[in-house]
Design a protein around this ligand. Sequence first.
Ligand SMILES: *Cc1c(COP(=O)(O)O)cnc(C)c1O
Length: 434
Amino acid sequence: MSDAGDNTRKLQALDRELLWHPYAASPPAGEIYPVTSASGVRLRLADGRELIDGMASWWCAIHGYNHPVLNRAVQAQLEDMAHVMFGGLTHPPAIKLAQLLTRITPEPLQRVFFSDSGSVAVEVAMKMAIQYQYARGRGNKRKLVALRQGYHGDTFGAMSVCDPVTGMHHLFGDVLYPHFFVDAPDCPVDRECPESQMTQVADLLAEQGEQIAAVIVEPVVQGAGGMRFYSPDYLRKLRALCDAFDVLLIFDEIATGFGRTGKLFALQHADVTPDILCLGKALTGGYMTLAATLATEEITATISAGEGGAFMHGPTFMANPLACATAIASVELLLSQPWQREVQRIENALGNGLAPARELPQVAEVRTLGAIGVIELREPVDLASVQPRFVERGVWVRPFGKLVYCMPPYVMSDADLATLTGAMVEVVGQLPGG
Ligand SMILES: *Cc1c(COP(=O)(O)O)cnc(C)c1O
């Protein structure tokens, strides 16, 4: 232990001296745990401890870590080329991945724009919507409508459609473009969505439709903005409103895509097709950063025939071959397995495992959907003091605000799921307010 312990402390000291971590001060308030390797559903820490990973590295590592199929895909692509610019050049991994993505998403989504992160995929979607409206002579349609408690990324454009409160819009004031917000739907997943839930967005579209390019939502599950689930019926009604008021509909499935909610894409719960679709996170099985924005032929053709005759975006690492090859392997691996059964198995295990939390006085609500399990507390957790309690119990869970939640890799065994959910219930039960 002592060598490993020394090494851990050395890494922690250097980390505190040199690095920023996400959504943290630098150096951060809580302990940071050095990881030296990961395999299956386990993270191995520098001090030798192993943690069952309940987060799948923020929704990404759906097949677990160090997967032989994905490793082979990276190695094989590396032999050919790691990267090549995408301006004026193309390559088989980009073409094959685009074929795959257009095949598994709804038929009207026929064109793929690759980028390097989810936030950029959202920027691209917003830009496409605005450039499309401009190209068809609706240059006044420049605003978006987004849901409160939504999350779409951290770059300025994406931030401008995140929840204004949790996105801390007040800090940035007029450097953020003022888009429109409506209340998030409050209707359970298994029910219809009453018309009363639609009045705010319907009134807004009726009054301001002339200025509105698109509505952007995370279908069925709002992720980092609150881990909220809502009725797919809302999406059907929203689609009809967008059509009625000549407004595009953008679905951000960066968190929900690739099976997480029990359907391959959350839009399939509603059988609704957006005009633009954003994918990311689990796209490469958590191996590297890649995102995609898919659009209809009409949007593509209109932009291409418009002023300048081009869509003005092009990341340096656009369609990176290593990432595309890994994504192909990850999506094919998913589709080659009975993944629906596995996600259903996890949904059952999370439902059963987290149920005892319902009896706890600290808990406001417990909810599960697909491979997502959420304990919503009455009070926000103190992350710096709570995080070590999970690590002591051999699990990796990273709460935020009032939410203690998990979205495990789909390969997690029932025994590991029981350990994970048991630790979540136990730690929550020891919080103040019990
Ligand atoms: C994570 C996320 C993003 C941003 O993706 P990054 O890769 O972190 O830039 C956008 N939208 C949703 C719904 C997300 O969950």
